[in-house]
Design a protein around this ligand. Structure first.
Ligand code: PEP
Length: 255
């Protein structure tokens, strides 16, 4: 399998993680304005800010094309879960999507595939697209386990009934996140091809149309190469999404 016969509109999503005070609103507004120009790149662009910024960002960017997302969610709609945020709350604050299963959630909070799957189901209940993160550690890659890990995570984390509208997969090798390291284009192609095959086997046409993002040290200077790889339908960007100029430099790969 090489190029996907289905035309997929790419998505470039920025994960701000636990970064962003009021001073950062201007970066998001700069992105919102740039991507709303008539000659903007043909890609969907999203910022996933801290939950504290979501509602205000929704208000200040409402007449632009910028999509907003959450970074994590609880599985419940509401209740006694101090410190958590529900997908319904994210939706209410203006999000259209939520990242689930990021490797930092898996390592910092012990989240397992079954937790990620439950969060993806909760996101769907609330009408949000779940951006489901998967990816191998350096150790797993070192012993040739990458494709096994990917397939196990896909099977455990992606709920039944996933569609191209309610699910995005983000392949993020753990060792590439925030390190400046990236897999070779051949390695990215191998994993994304396997992800596509697994999705098509399980979800048929929906799996063919589902977006598969690459994430891990995507920067303006490597975006064109990474985003041109077969079955790479966009990027999940951490550090380089914090500055509008860097993030727009990545989006520009689609110009
Ligand atoms: C991420 O954390 O999702 C990520 C891809 O980070 P970075 O781009 O900084 O490697």
């Amino acid at each position: 399998m090489t190029d996907n016969p289905v035309q997929i509109r790419p998505l470039v999503a920025g994960n701000w993680k636990m970064n962003g005070l009021k001073t950062a609103f201007s970066e998001a507004i700069a992105v919102a304005e740039a991507i709303s120009k008539p000659d903007a790149a043909p890609a969907d662009v999203m910022i996933c800010p801290p939950a504290t910024m979501l509602m205000v960002l929704t208000e200040v960017t409402h007449d632009h094309k910028l999509l907003l997302g959450g970074q994590d969610c609880h599985t419940a709609e509401s209740g006694a879960h101090t410190g958590d945020v529900s997908p319904e709350m994210l939706k209410d604050a203006g999000a259209t999507a939520v990242i689930v299963g990021h490797s930092e959630r898996r390592s910092d909070h012990g989240e397992l595939d079954r937790h990620v799957r439950a969060k993806a189901e909760a996101a769907r209940r609330a009408g949000l697209t779940a951006i489901i993160c998967i990816g191998e550690t350096a150790g797993e890659r070192g012993v040739g386990m990458t494709l096994d890990v990917i397939k196990r995570q896909l099977s455990g984390s992606v709920p039944d009934g996933a569609t191209a509208a309610n699910t995005v997969i983000a392949y993020e090798p753990v060792w590439a996140i925030g390190t400046g390291l990236t897999p070779t284009p051949d390695d990215v192609a191998e994993v994304h091809t396997e992800i596509r095959k697994t999705l098509v086997d399980r979800f048929q046409a929906e799996g063919q149309a589902m977006r598969i993002l690459y994430g891990g040290s995507v920067k303006p200077d490597n975006a064109k190469t990474l985003l041109a790889i077969a079955n790479v339908n966009g990027a999940l960007v951490g550090g380089a999404s914090l500055k509008a100029s860097d993030f727009l430099g990545i989006v520009a790969a689609y110009s």
